[in-house]
Design a protein around this ligand. Structure first.
Ligand code: PLP
Length: 384
């Protein structure tokens, strides 16, 4: 028997979550963001659930090739554009749309040989200060880009730094000042830099789609849905996935491969970090940090990282090790070797452990847990 750990992908949940993005931003086309191996779900599995999207957005050229190989003829957007001039050849060959965020990328286009002009998304740095032209350089970049024979349509985009933030407010989007921080200030900077330029626009990530899509200018022509498609809430713990009607697209499941009975004072795992206060049974789960489970997930009684055993909620005891974790079996006395364990996602008989709760306990976000899933974990669609 293979090691019992596996990640199951719920194709119908992906389709449901995509439909949620459409309902939230009904007038926009939806990019399904599938960078980072579709946030750990696998490009092919994600494609199966998301093929009703209007386009796929990603970073890695190999992933763009994979989407074309799956038969997708529609738009594909490279969210960071070319990393070197040679990448533009693949853009021409596979008809990839690409972001242009810096002067060098314009230079590369200017010397690129192509039959068909490229569709590009010119990126404004509206305050995130990672990628994009500053408001003062944006217009010159647009003018230069638009004049290139290598370029066809020029679209306009930016990325929000605070769309998930409590108190973030778009209601002041029409205020005259472009100073300040937050989504309102970023919207104003985008409007000021682009108001008289033609072209389609794309601004919103998942948090903006769910929280701000009805605010003027946020949904625009294309929204870029990432984390919400995978069933994690972009603004947890303000709102959980259920609040946004998102369904988990991944369940990480394993089994108990042993149990131990502890006497008071017995310890568990490396560093003897956990010590039993009273007699207790613990279960040993085939899953560890080499699978992507967070090594710093705490086992404190009041903040113990949640785990489901046979669908019953319990918690971690002892340190997470490379291949194993240990869990308290007190709430589930009938459990034994072979019992089903849910690390996150859906468990047996309608039980559910939201990935966001595991992430919060471990001091991180659902994004990181999904993306950190290790290559040794088999990923497969849930059997029908
Ligand atoms: C990853 C990414 C997104 C998707 O963000 P989510 O928070 O996962 O919805 C959107 N736009 C850009 C530019 C990205 O890099």
């Amino acid at each position: 028997m293979p090691r019992p750990l596996q990640a199951l992908i719920h194709t119908e949940a992906l389709a449901h979550n995509l439909a949620r993005a459409r309902t939230a931003a009904p007038d926009a086309r939806v990019w399904a963001v599938i960078k980072a191996n579709a946030y750990g779900h696998g490009i092919a599995h994600a494609y199966a659930g998301l093929r009703a999207a209007d386009g796929f957005a990603l970073l890695e050229l190999a992933e763009a090739q994979a989407v074309r190989d799956l038969g997708w003829r529609g738009p594909i957007l490279l969210l960071e554009g070319a990393f070197e001039p040679r990448d533009l050849e693949l853009c021409s060959r596979l008809n990839l749309w690409h972001v242009v965020h810096c002067e060098a990328q314009v230079d590369w286009l200017a010397t690129h040989k192509t039959q068909a002009p490229h569709r590009v998304f010119l990126k404004l740095n509206s305050g995130m200060n990672r990628l994009g032209f500053t408001p003062s350089a944006f217009r010159a970049a647009w003018t230069r880009l638009s004049a290139l024979p290598q370029v066809g349509e020029v679209s306009l985009m930016t990325h929000f730094s605070d769309a998930d933030a409590c108190g973030a407010d778009t209601s002041d989007a029409d205020a005259p000042s472009t100073a300040g921080r937050g989504i309102g200030a970023q919207l104003r900077r985008f409007a000021a830099a682009t108001h008289d330029l033609p072209g389609e626009r794309s601004l919103a990530n998942s948090a903006a789609i769910l929280r701000h899509a009805s605010a003027a200018g946020v949904s625009a022509d294309w929204v870029r849905a990432g984390i919400m498609l995978y069933g994690s809430s972009p603004d947890f713990a303000q709102h959980d996935a259920r609040h946004w009607d998102l369904r988990p697209a991944m369940s990480l499941r394993s089994r108990l491969i042993a149990t131990q009975t502890l006497e008071p004072g017995d310890t568990v795992g490396y560093g003897s970090a956990y010590s039993a206060a009273a007699p207790m049974r613990i279960g040993v789960v085939a899953c560890g940090y080499a699978d992507g489970y967070p090594r710093h997930a705490p086992d404190l009684p009041e903040r113990g990282t949640p785990v489901l055993v046979e669908g019953v909620r319990t918690r971690l005891v002892g340190r997470v090790s490379m291949d194993l974790i240990t869990v308290d079996l007190t709430p589930v006395p009938q459990a034994g070797p072979g019992s089903e364990v849910t690390l996150w996602g859906r468990g047996p008989s309608d039980s559910l452990l939201p990935i966001d709760e595991v992430a919060q306990a471990a001091g991180t976000v659902g994004y990181e847990l999904m993306c950190a899933l290790a290559a040794r974990v088999p990923v497969a669609p849930e059997p029908a």
